[in-house]
Structures are given as C-alpha cells and as structure tokens.
Design a protein around this ligand. Structure first.
Ligand SMILES: O=c1ccn([C@@H]2O[C@H](COP(=O)(O)OP(=O)(O)O[C@H]3O[C@H](CO)[C@@H](O)[C@H](O)[C@H]3O)[C@@H](O)[C@H]2O)c(=O)[nH]1
Ligand SMILES: [Mn+2]
Length: 726
C-alpha cells in the first residue's frame, strides 16, 4: 500500500481456524454419505433414495457456501487523503431514486430519501438527483416540488450544523433535545417548515388533488392533461432545479440539480419494471448532467451518512486499483427491525460474512440499491487495463437551449419506442427479463472483466424498510429466489457464462444464491418423511449406540453452533438467531417451492414472472404486533397452508409417537433406534411454536385464519394415516 492509496484491504482474522473447522465438517459429510451408501434400508428403497438425495444435496450446498467463508476481505477508506486533493478534482455524480406506487411508497417517504441524497457533503454543482416515478403520480410530483422548496432551508441547515442523518424524518425522530441555543432556534423553525410541508402533502393526498393555486403556479402540472392511467401516459420530465440556473438556497449557495421523470407507458409496450426505469434514467441523465458516477437507491433507502460519496470515490480514484472497479456496493441495512429480528430480514450474516467472502473472489453482486456505478461500465463498456477512471465525461453543452426545449428533447429518450431495435436491456444498461435485474446486471459486468467492491462502513450508509409481515417476507423471497434461479437457467448462468471469465469461488458464490430455491426439495423431504417414519416406528438414522451416529451428530451440532456464533459476531441476538432458523425453514418450504414451480411454468411458457413491489406501510395494529414480535399469520394464502400443514404434521407425529411409546412401554428400544429422528421432529415442533400459538391460542387479527387451521389439520391427519397404512 502506498502513501497515496485511498483505500486498504485486510484479510479476515482467524482464517486458518475456520479452514480447519470446515475441513472437519467436510469429513463428517463424507462419512454420512458413506454410511448411506453402505446401509440401504431394506423395506423402503424409495425412502432410502430420498434420504440419500437430500443428504447429497445438503452436502453439495454446504460446499457451495464455503465460497463465502473460505477467504474474506474487509475494506477501509482514507477520505482525508481524498480531501487533500483540490475540490476541483471531484466530478459529477448522478443519483437515481426509483419509486413505483404512491400507495405502497408514500410521497413523504420518497422525498425524505430525495432530500437525504441532495444533502450529501459534495459540491452541489456536481450533484444531480433524478426521481423516476413509475406511477406518474401527480401527488409524488407535487411532493417533490414541495421538497425542492424545503431543500433551500434544509441543505444549509445540514451543512452549518453538520447534522446526521440528512433525511429530515429520520433526523427529527432521532435528534435529542440537547442542542446549543443557536441551533435550537434554527431547529425549531426548520422542524416547523417540515411539518407544514408534511401537512400540505397529506392534505393533498386526502383530497386527492393539489390546491388550485399550486396547479396554476407550476407549469409542470399541465403534463397530466393527457394522462389516462398509470399504464397509459406520455413521458413527463421536469427539471425542478437546474444547477446551471439561478436557483440558490436561502444562504445563496448553489443547489444540486433535481429532475422528475415518469417515462412513457403504454398498455401494449412492456415496461420491464425497475430495470426499464433505470435505463430511461441513464439516458435522460446523460443529456442533462452526464455524471461519470451513478448512485442508485430505492425510494425507501435514505442516506444515513453524508460522507458516503467520498467513501465510494476512494475506490474509483485510487491510483493502484481504481481502474478495475466497476461498482461499489454498500450493504442493505434497515431502520425498522425489531430487536430480535422476527422475520430475520437484517441480512446481517450476508453483510458481515458472505459479501466479504465474495469480495475476496472478485467482488460482491450488485443488489439494486446503495450502489455506485461507473456510468460507462453500466452502459456496456468492457474492461481494459486502460480503464483508469477519469472525471471527464462528455460535458453536456446547452448552447442557448431553454429548459423547456431541453425537457422536450430529452423526453424522447424516455419514450416507449426508444429502445426498439437497440441493445438497451441486453448489452447496454440493466438487463431485462429477470425479477432480479440487479444481480444479473452485476454478474455480466464482472464477466466483462471488472471487479466490484463491497464496503460496509461502521456507520450504515443507507437505511431502508424491511418487510414487516411474514407474508411480505415470503413474497419478497419468492421474487429473489425465483430471479436467481432464472439466472441459473438463462444464458447468463454463472456456471456456463462465468466459467473462464470470473473466479471459480465467485461462480460458487453466485450459485449459492441461484440454488436457493432448489433447497426446497431436500428440505421438504427432511421435514416430512423422517417424522412420518418416526410415527410408524421405522428408523432412518443410525442408532445412538452406533459409531455412525457420530458424524450425523457432529455435522449437525457443529454447524448449528457455528451459525449461532456467526450470527452473534454479526451483532445479532440469540433469539434473533432462533427466529432466523424459523424463517430459514419457512422460506425453504414455501417461497422456494413457489419460485421453483413458477420458474418451471415459465420455462414451458405458462407464466411470466412479475415484480411484486414490497409494501412499505402497514396498518397500525399490524405494526403494533410487529413491535411486540408476534408473527403475522392473518391471511389465507397457499404459503400459510403449506407451513401450517407441515407444522401440524410434525406435532401429530411427535405426540403420536410419545403416546405409542409410553403405551407400549418401548422407551428403551425407542431411545436406541429413533433418537435422532425424534430430536429432528421435536426441533421442528419447537420452531413452529408461534404457528401453533397463532392457530389455537391467539385471537387477534394476526392469528391463523380458522379455515387454514382446518385445512392444514385435515391434510396432516390424512398424511399421517396414509403413511401408517403404507
Ligand atoms: O416497476 C417497478 C417496480 C419497482 N420499482 C422500484 O424498485 C425499487 C425496489 O422495489 P421493492 O419493492 O422495494 O423491492 P425490494 O425487494 O425491497 O428490492 C430489492 O430487490 C430488487 C430486485 O428484486 C432490487 O431491484 C432492489 O433494489 C432491492 O432493494 C423500489 O424503489 C421501487 O419503487 C420501479 O421503479 N418500477
Ligand atoms: Mn425495498
């Protein structure tokens, strides 16, 4: 590392210890395989094959996950060295915020994100913020106008008092009362301004319309004259703040450019969801600001650290390694998690272990938000040794063009027909046709020779909203696991496409996610068959007294203890780990099942995968239960039917077995041959305690609907009786 390096990379501590440990697990897995090969179950060939299949799968999958842990690297930046360079050395950064539905993503949420990124500690004349609104909502547009006026007070306030975070909502809710008198006064007045703005926006939302005077005041609203519906309208583009214009804040300083864009939508033109929105933004921004660096965030992911742009630039501008870097990905973090992460949505282990592991093999995936890209790479440019990062983008010249003329010209880039017969969505921009446009785009960038960087600073750079109900979590995971599986089956499969282009460890790393959903088969088998056979009194695992018992016991216990420690090291709680195990089970037995089925249907041409937008607001009573960490089962969905059936089945098998053993006095024989099976079944029952509670005890709206309880009980009883007849 030289004196001028802008970042440093360190290897994880305790690497060797981990490698020894992992090798011992691997030995255990091999022994389990040998045991199965040498102990065929005589009267039950099919079940034996199922057990073999599941255990081969688990072993194989475990090997894949080692790519995340074998080597890990952690990054640190030296911003102070960057700031020694003259400010003039910094260039344009364009920030894209995407929103798609004013009901699911309320305008107040969206503008808080917008304000937080407008307030980055970065020269305003080099910053441009673009909001893409896939709903073309005049309410969102109105809120953005309000935000632009509020920004004139907010930005100087943030800079004068160096406040963090710079999302006003987050700032006002976390700010303590201990302020210097001078700031106190400004604080009160800015808070009042914010609340007034909020009231006006909420009022407009309630009335369903913006006040007449506002309508007349701003020419922008006339764009809605020809609007028919959110899937049928012209492109709408407004430069709300033009940094080259006269606009300044209340202290006379420049403001960043602010642009509203709703790309054209027509019913017979497919819009490609977020990927389509991003590509329209890439083109539109290239004619307005053309910043060589693009940051993209979801509308709920506000900036929590005003220094993040400078951190990210340390990687691109580093003299030794910056030329290889295509994108810098920050972890997704959330501000609405409960203490014990009821739905396991914190992605903790992913941020602390898995992505640093990928980073050691060539770089993390692109996960759609909190990611800084080089514009030219995103547009398809290949890596060469000469890819040294230069600020000199094509300067945008506006020779004598008025804002209205500029808007009119640039709008054409956001039309439905613009992309016809072009490479957009294929070789250029984000890729189309996959529910995880981000992952497939990142993979193809890496396959063109680029590296990426994972940067997980002490202070979270971005904070978003995690899903707050079980159903939402399962739906989100269905989208992710389905998208990842589709990548595996597409021409961008990391195995075929990536081989020879990226590191084998990285291919394995991608495969861990691509094979997520495939886990459903082995998991379903393991949660049903051993329990049913326990009920029948047929052993499927070695006896406790046998030597073969040891590898099973070792692999399972050691892996559980390790995953527990990993979770604690990542900053989680013990109960949080337990909750995550439950979610692990629930995702594998529901989301992943649907992901696999839908993907298969898509392959044969029967279905099309969409993009179900994650809910960002919930009813007050749902939120209250979420706060109390009570699982939300209050919906009649096929997913809940599966989960409840499995839960009932296991409890019936366990209870049935206990009754039988005590009745017949077989305790000793049972202990010897069915010990492991009973433990497995017992653990499944323990994991499902919240479900039984929701089915039989609770009576609030989050309890399991009685039709689901009834259906699942019926199915579980039928399965148990069927299996004991066979
Ligand atoms: O047609 C669409 C659909 C979605 N979005 C936006 O995409 C973002 C992400 O959508 P969300 O419903 O919040 O999905 P998540 O599951 O939370 O998103 C994760 O996973 C997605 C891929 O499945 C990535 O695109 C996201 O960046 C990543 O945060 C939001 O800002 C949406 O407004 C659009 O702009 N247009
Ligand atoms: Mn989201």
């Amino acid at each position: 590392m030289s004196e001028n390096s802008l970042f440093e990379t360190k290897n994880a501590k305790g690497d060797l210890v981990y490698k020894v440990f992992a090798s011992s697990i691997f030995a255990g897995i091999i022994l389990i395989w040998i045991y199965r090969a040498t102990h065929v179950i005589e009267n039950g060939r099919i079940v034996w094959m199922g057990m073999v299949g599941a255990e081969i799968w688990f072993g194989f999958y475990w090997i894949l996950t080692q790519s995340h842990r074998w080597n890990r690297v952690y990054r640190r930046t030296f911003k102070e060295r960057l700031s020694k360079r003259p400010e003039g050395d910094l260039g344009g950064v364009d920030i894209f915020v995407c929103t798609a539905d004013p009901e699911i993503e309320p305008p107040m949420l969206v503008i808080n994100t917008v304000l937080s990124v407008m307030a980055y500690d970065y020269p305003a004349e080099k910053l441009a913020v673009y909001l893409s609104d896939d709903a073309a909502s005049d309410l969102t547009f109105y809120a953005l106008l309000e935000a632009s006026a509020f920004a004139k007070h907010w930005l100087p306030y943030c800079k004068n008092f160096r406040v963090e975070p710079r999302s006003p909502q987050a700032y006002f809710t976390t700010q303590s009362a201990l302020l210097e008198p001078e700031q106190r006064h400004r604080f009160d007045s800015i808070k009042k301004l914010y609340e007034d703005m909020e009231n006006r926006i909420e009022l407009a939302k309630k009335l369903g319309t913006v006040s007449k005077s506002t309508l007349i005041e701003h020419r922008g609203f006339s764009s809605w004259d020809s609007y028919r519906s959110k899937t049928d309208h012209d492109a709408i583009l407004h430069m709300i703040i033009d940094r080259d214009g006269e606009a300044t804040d209340v202290e006379g300083c420049r403001l960043p450019t602010l642009v509203y864009l709703a790309r054209e939508k027509r019913p017979h033109h497919f819009h490609n969801f977020k990927a389509g929105a991003m590509n329209a933004l890439i083109r539109v921004s290239s004619e307005i600001s053309n910043g060589p660096i693009i940051l993209n965030v979801d509308c709920d992911m506000y900036s929590n650290d005003s220094q993040s742009i400078r951190d990210a630039l340390c990687f691109f501008l580093d003299e030794d390694n910056g030329h290889e870097v295509a994108y810098v990905q920050y972890p997704q973090k959330f501000h609405n998690l409960t203490r014990n992460e009821l739905y396991g949505g914190s992605l903790r282990v992913l941020s602390e272990f898995e992505f640093p592991g990928l980073d050691a093999c060539g770089g993390p995936m692109y996960v759609g938000t909190g990611c800084f890209h080089r514009r030219d790479t995103l547009c398809g440019r290949k890596f060469t040794e000469a890819s040294v990062f230069k600020w000199k983008g094509r300067a945008v010249s506006r020779s004598g063009e008025s804002i209205a003329e500029l808007e009119e010209r640039v709008k054409a880039l956001a039309s439905c027909t613009f992309e016809l017969n072009t490479q957009w969505g294929h070789e250029m921009g984000l890729k189309y046709g996959c529910p995880v446009e981000d992952v497939i785009t990142g993979l193809s960038i890496q396959c063109r020779g680029w590296k990426s960087i994972f940067f997980n600073p002490e202070r979270a750079a971005f904070l978003g909203l995690a899903a707050t109900t079980l159903d939402q979590n399962l739906v989100q995971h269905k989208r992710w696991s389905e998208g990842d599986l589709q990548i595996l089956l597409s021409k961008y499969s990391p195995i075929c496409y990536g081989l020879g282009k990226i590191n084998v460890g990285l291919i394995m790393g991608y495969c861990t996610y691509c094979f997520w959903s495939v886990n459903c088969f082995a998991t379903l088998f393991y949660t049903v068959i051993p329990s049913l056979y326990l009920f029948k009194g047929v052993p499927l695992f070695p006896q406790v007294s046998s030597m073969w018992f040891l590898p099973f016991a070792y692999v399972v216990t050691a892996e559980l203890v390790y995953s527990f420690l990993e979770y604690l090291w990542s900053g989680g709680t013990a109960l949080g780990w337990w909750n995550e195990q439950r979610m692990w089970l629930y995702k594998r037995t529901s989301s992943y099942v649907f992901a696999v089925t839908d993907t298969l249907l898509k392959v044969v041409g029967y279905s099309d995968s969409g993009f179900v937008i994650s809910a960002k607001v919930s009813d007050a009573d749902v939120l209250e239960r979420y706060g109390q960490e009570k699982m939300e089962f209050g919906a009649t969905t096929p997913a809940f039917t599966i989960l409840a059936t499995l839960a009932m089945l296991n409890v019936f098998c366990l209870v049935g077995t206990v009754v039988r053993v005590i009745w017949a006095g077989e305790v000793e024989a049972f202990h010897r041959s069915l010990g492991l099976q009973a433990i497995l079944c017992g653990v499944l029952v323990l994991m499902n305690l919240p479900l039984y509670n929701a089915a039989f005890v609770r009576s609030d709206k989050g309890s399991l609907p009685s039709v689901v309880t009834f259906k699942s009980t019926l199915m579980a009883v039928s399965l148990c009786s069927l299996s004991s007849l066979l």
